[in-house]
Write a protein that binds this ligand. Structure first.
Ligand code: ADP
Length: 265
């Protein structure tokens, strides 16, 4: 079973003020997945980020920050608006995927996942497994969820990936984003950033200024933190640049492509 993350940075234009989908990337990736599955059937679960869709309402209403009970009515509206915004992105992703004859089934995290202090504590994966068994491709995405301590939080696609990898028997975990993998510092703002073929510890990073994209869930730092937790359990994952043509296809086909493997030392 393969778990594939499609970064919000690739599916949406994160820099634009209004949420906008990058249809070129989305169509290309859908056709690459189709091409690989046509070659040989694979069990696949897809998780996508929220990109520019979740950010504006989540930021406006300060979702994820502590708040007073008197502010709850407004926070609930922020929650609803954020949930609706990421759902719109998910609908478009599913539309493009079904147009490519991919049998996707959208599973909305806010309806079956909750957290405690921001970490997943309830998530019933029975339905996901049922759909997988029947040959469907479950799609989940970064969403807002209820939290036992903080009431409402943003749940990143990267944390979902980590949870699924721990709880499903996956043999491959691929995280697609808009850079080639992990560098010692942000490669977009530092020409001299050095690339890691393998990454084992946060100590290897030069700075913790790890996010340039507008993101409420932690950018590359959030990603590697989740993946290092998996590495501690002996589960390896790989970060690749899916802005590059054929990289999703090649990753699904086990071809050797540039990327960072997150593993234990
Ligand atoms: P996605 O939306 O694809 O999940 P994010 O935008 O959250 O990805 O994170 C990827 C971004 O993290 C890259 O575009 C890059 O600019 C930034 N980044 C910051 N620090 C690093 C680093 N040390 N190595 C790689 N990328 C980094």
């Amino acid at each position: 079973m393969i778990i594939l993350k499609l970064g919000g940075s690739i599916l949406t234009k994160k820099d634009s003020v209004n949420p906008e989908i990058d249809y070129d990337n989305l169509n290309r990736i859908a056709s690459e997945i189709k091409r690989s599955l046509d070659k040989k059937h694979k069990e696949l679960v897809i998780v996508h980020g929220a990109g520019s869709f979740g950010h504006p309402p989540a930021k406006k209403y300060g979702i994820g920050k502590e708040f007073k009970n008197s502010e709850y009515p407004e926070k609930r509206i922020g929650f609803s608006k954020t949930q609706n915004a990421v759902k719109k992105l998910n609908m478009e992703v599913c539309e493009v995927f079904t147009n490519n004859n991919l049998p996707v089934i959208s599973l909305q995290p806010s309806t079956f996942i909750s957290t405690s202090n921001g970490r997943i504590n309830i998530a019933n994966l029975d339905f996901l497994k049922k759909y997988l068994k029947e040959g469907f491709i479950p799609i989940l995405y970064g969403d807002v969820v209820l939290d036992d301590d903080l009431k409402i939080v943003v749940l990143s696609g990267d944390q979902i990936i980590q949870y699924l990898a721990k709880n499903l028997n996956s043999d491959k975990i691929i995280l697609g984003t808009d850079v080639d993998g992990v560098y010692n510092k942000n490669p977009k703002t530092n020409n001299d950033a050095t690339f890691f073929k393998e990454f084992n510890s946060l100590d290897d990073l030069d700075s913790f200024d790890l996010t340039t994209n507008v993101d409420v869930t932690g950018g590359m730092l959030g990603k590697v933190k989740e993946l290092l937790e998996l590495a501690d359990l002996g589960i390896e994952s790989k970060i690749i640049n899916i802005g590059k043509k054929d990289f999703v296809y090649k990753a699904l086909e086990d071809e050797d492509i540039k990327g960072t493997i997150i593993s234990k030392k």
